[in-house]
Design a binder for this molecule. Structure first.
Ligand SMILES: [Zn+2]
Length: 462
């Protein structure tokens, strides 16, 4: 008789908590890690890791999967076992309903949620013009709705200030104070990018100084990787060195993707980024895979605002510079605009494989152990998830088995490659003790993922 539902034998076990790398066997029972040992284990199902890396599943602290199963499966294929949604001020408002649906139907991976200010809360409160500040009455409505979402298990409040540039300091401050009282995260897509993004970063840091709210600066390279990363990291370093509760996340690509109809693509954007219309590529819609012209830019802006466009506005070297500080996690920003087969952005399928390929193997920016910590323990601690991101007995059996020598992103930008090509080098991905992806193939019917309600305070000094 088997003692375990699943046994992974002969793995290089990477434990980011104790900072240990050792060879051994791992047993899973009832969705939890039940044994870590060099002794032989017997399981109903056994996987020989062949000395490949075995580590906690990746936690993507910034994505837009938001309960969409297709995108969740693409995330599973790249080793993500928990995705955090409701980012950039977007996402659903009724989280009680959202979480209940995920638990009832099951989901390919685990889904945590933030509640978004700049679309979700603003629209529900009647502040529909993104260029105008909310009224005091609308702020009161947003506070009540946000409080409800936090009580339902939201991990924090997200802001997409670039999408709602009219947002006043008063409304952002009031919501940040609420998050601080609940001990939950404030995640900010900065008010502007490029050089003015440094002022926007100052604004975000001031929110932390005024409220004490745990601050997460979202997708650093996408907003500040255009020549100002050294200065941006210097500001963050100073805040962290001064004891401020500030962290950040950043992706693996220098071209970001978002809705063409949003304020991000307002008139003058290409001049601000120092590029041209030909550096903008449609990722979804009728022009998917094609570079824009000024005429197509205007056509999409006028009538197809929900199409996603990739902007080659950043510098590749700054992608790696953003990953150097020990408080920076890897994030995908993936699944924006609900991509389907054949379209989207390579971040939807390749962020985490690319992180290990580029940051560890090719550039030597980070050690394998430190790289694992950045996408497991660090986000788990940030979100107050005590049973995830850890390789120890009793922790949730969310696991990845991959080959550090061959793991690679094989996706390409729209117009240059296949945006949804599956990565190489991932042997298996396990969610709640269930294998959801194996040898590059995602099991379409596996739904072991659940809603992740953030009940614990992120801030837990006593
Ligand atoms: Zn964003």
């Amino acid at each position: 008789m088997s003692d375990f539902e699943l046994v992974i034998r002969n793995g290089t076990l990477i434990d980011p908590e104790r900072r240990r790398v050792t060879v051994g066997n791992l047993g899973v029972q009832n969705g939890r890690i039940a044994a870590l040992t060099r002794a032989e284990l017997a399981g109903e199902r056994e996987i020989d890791a062949g000395l490949r890396a075995v580590c906690p599943g990746f936690i993507d602290i910034h994505a837009h999967v938001d309960g969409h199963p297709y995108s969740a499966r693409r995330m599973a294929g790249q080793g993500v076992t928990t995705t955090v949604g409701g980012n950039c001020g977007m996402g659903p408002l009724d989280l009680e309903d959202c979480f209940a649906g995920l638990d009832r139907r099951g989901f390919p991976i685990h889904q945590a949620m933030l509640v978004g200010h700049s679309f979700a809360l603003r629209e529900a409160a009647g502040a529909r013009n993104p260029r105008r500040p909310a009224t005091p009455e609308q702020i009161r409505t947003m506070l009540a709705l946000a409080e409800k979402a936090l009580a339902a298990g939201a991990a924090g409040i997200s802001f997409g200030l670039e999408y709602a540039p009219g947002s006043s300091w008063e409304e952002v401050l009031a919501l940040s104070q609420l998050a601080a009282r609940h001990g939950k995260l404030v995640a900010i897509h900065l008010r502007t990018d490029g050089w003015a993004g440094l002022d926007a970063l100052r604004e975000a840091l001031r929110l932390n100084e005024r409220t004490g709210a745990a601050l997460q600066i979202s997708h650093l390279a996408y907003q500040l990787g255009m020549g100002m990363m050294t200065e941006a990291v210097g500001m963050l370093d100073a805040a962290v060195a001064g004891g401020r509760d500030v962290t950040a996340d950043s992706g693996m690509y220098h071209a970001f993707a978002t809705y063409i109809g949003s304020a991000v693509f307002d008139e003058g954007c290409v001049a601000k980024w120092g590029c041209g219309y030909q550096d903008l590529y449609a990722a979804t819609g009728p022009y998917a895979g094609k570079p824009l012209t000024e005429a197509i830019y205007r056509e999409l802006r006028a009538g197809r605002g929900r199409d996603v466009v990739v902007a080659f506005a950043g510098r590749e070297a700054e992608v790696y510079e953003a990953l150097l500080p020990e408080y920076v996690m890897v994030s995908s920003d993936g699944a924006v605009g609900r991509p389907g087969p054949g379209n989207g952005h390579p971040q939807d399928v390749g962020t985490f494989p690319r992180f290990f390929q580029k940051a560890v193997r090719e550039t030597g920016t980070l050690s394998l152990l430190e790289a694992v910590r950045r996408c497991t323990l660090l986000p788990a601690e940030r979100l107050g998830l005590k049973n995830k991101g850890r390789l120890r007995v009793g922790a949730d059996a969310d696991l990845v088995i991959f080959d550090p020598e061959t793991i690679a992103d094989r996706a390409g930008y729209p117009g240059f490659g296949q945006p949804d090509a599956a990565p190489a080098g991932i042997r298996a991905v396990i969610v709640n003790g269930v294998v959801v992806a194996e040898e590059g193939a995602v099991r379409e019917t596996a739904l072991p993922g659940r809603a992740v309600r953030a009940a614990n305070q992120v801030w837990h000094w006593v």
